[in-house]
Design a binder for this molecule. Structure first.
Ligand SMILES: Cc1cc2nc3c(=O)[nH]c(=O)nc-3n(C[C@H](O)[C@H](O)[C@H](O)COP(=O)(O)O)c2cc1C
Ligand SMILES: C=C(O[C@@H]1CC(C(=O)O)=C[C@@H](OP(=O)(O)O)[C@H]1O)C(=O)O
Length: 390
């Protein structure tokens, strides 16, 4: 299973083409919209999220609410485009429009893609860079991830995410019970955090950063339950499931670190306190005494919950901008200001769920087949019996 996305932040639409989705999966626009609306919520977002109301259109690959095995085209309109038709239109500009529209962005923002993207593609107007490097694109990835989640849920695999830290404020209470409870509890939190006291402090930290024209980052965690053991592989570097998950989380805009299980903490602990002892249980078969490995060993799932964390740096666009250089004059200037979020960690946790769901669904289909949902379901059941009796 693979997908491509296209679309600029202020262009007419975002598009995702998903290839390899099995036939016979129940899929409606409402099911995808539910995930899109989760991504739009979250404390700390700027005014753009009030303009957009992300709604998907399914334009191919689905008939009468069921996938048919052909590529699925998903489209999400950018409502903001109507304010940007001249600036973002595909048609060449008329001569009389040039003056009006040609306000170029020439002062790159430290931390964003502006300068490197301009150098790479030779753009003197850095709008050509920021339009596609914008995390608006994550809307299309959440739409694709929504389809992956539905495949996984059909196979008894559930994905949920939450926020562990914002601006140095760490959630103390992270006990979530079941995946359903985690989802339910964080859905009502504006910062998607389980710990209500920490959540209040996080919101105040976001307010303060905003007042000061600054921005803050944080840490998100994705947890997955129900993954059968042995998905992924140890035999070749590009088949390792942990590396695919790390790559997917790292590919989210502004993510700068990924941990699997206890992650970086393993560096200061002896092996006896890190590795998860192997047990056998009449009902479950093989299980573990702990889950420090976050459900992954040797590039494969262990059957324990998968735990992936990602670190998001603070948003680069600052209302009190940092020093930069005008690429036309080479004079020092403050970086340009694009309307911006002050913290997008809660929203990014939904994106992290989506990209993790996609990688897991792709790996599951590689393992169990990918043509018909009913055959895949049977195969998973059979395999679970096999691993239990192994
Ligand atoms: C959900 C989300 C919203 C974001 N919103 C903004 C924003 O409003 N302004 C901004 O400058 N960066 C924002 N970013 C981060 C930039 O897109 C990101 O820093 C940029 O693409 C450069 O890539 P890099 O940080 O991965 O190196 C956002 C990221 C995410 C995940
Ligand atoms: C549009 C989204 O996020 C955008 C991500 C983003 C960036 O630079 O990454 C910059 C901002 O765009 P704008 O200048 O239009 O306000 C955010 O709003 C979104 O998440 O849907």
């Amino acid at each position: 299973m693979r997908y491509l996305t296209a679309g600029e932040s202020h262009g007419p639409q975002l598009t995702a083409i998903l290839e390899g989705v099995p036939a016979g999966l129940t899929l409606t626009e409402e099911m995808i919209n539910e995930q899109l609306s989760r991504r739009q919520k979250g404390y700390g977002r700027g005014r753009r999220m009030q303009i957009e109301k992300d709604n998907v259109q399914i334009l191919s690959g689905v008939r009468h609410g069921k996938t048919i095995g052909s590529p699925i085209t998903l489209v999400i309109e950018n409502r903001d485009f109507k304010h940007w038709t001249k600036i973002m239109g595909a048609a060449p500009l008329e001569e009389n429009e040039e003056q009006e529209v040609k306000r170029q962005i020439t002062r790159p923002r430290p931390g964003h893609a502006d300068l490197n993207g301009a150098l790479k593609y030779g753009h003197r107007d850095m709008r050509n860079v920021l339009e596609r490097s914008s995390a608006r694109e994550t809307t299309a990835r959440v739409a694709a991830g929504a389809v992956a989640r539905i495949i996984l849920s059909q196979l008894g695999i559930k994905v949920a995410g939450h926020v562990l830290e914002i601006g140095g404020i760490r959630a103390e209470n992270t006990d979530y019970g079941s995946i359903e409870e985690l989802q339910e509890k964080t859905e009502n939190s504006p910062v998607r955090c389980l710990d209500e006291t920490a959540a209040e402090k996080m919101m105040r930290a976001i307010d303060e950063a905003k007042e000061q024209g600054d921005s803050i980052g944080g840490i998100v965690e994705v947890v997955v339950d129900g993954m059968p053991a042995g998905v992924g592989s140890y035999v070749h570097y590009d088949r390792k499931l942990d590396s695919k998950l790390a790559g997917a989380v790292m590919s989210i805009n502004a993510f700068k670190g990924v941990e699997i299980g206890i992650g970086f903490e393993a560096a200061h602990k002896p092996g006896s306190q890190v590795h998860d002892e192997i047990l056998w249980d009449e009902e479950k078969g093989y299980t573990r005494g702990s889950n420090n490995a976050g459900g992954l060993e040797g590039g494969m799932s262990t059957g324990m919950p998968i735990v992936v964390r990602g670190v998001m740096k603070p948003i680069p666009t600052l209302y009190k901008p940092l020093q930069s250089v005008d690429i036309d004059t080479k004079e020092p200037f403050k970086a340009s200001i694009e309307r911006s979020d002050s913290c997008a960690v809660p929203a990014a946790s939904v994106v992290a769920e989506a990209v993790v769901a996609w990688e897991l669904a792709a790996a599951v289909l590689e393992h169990f087949g990918h043509d018909r949902m009913d055959a895949i379901k049977d195969h998973v059941e059979e395999y679970k019996k096999y691993t239990r009796n192994f």
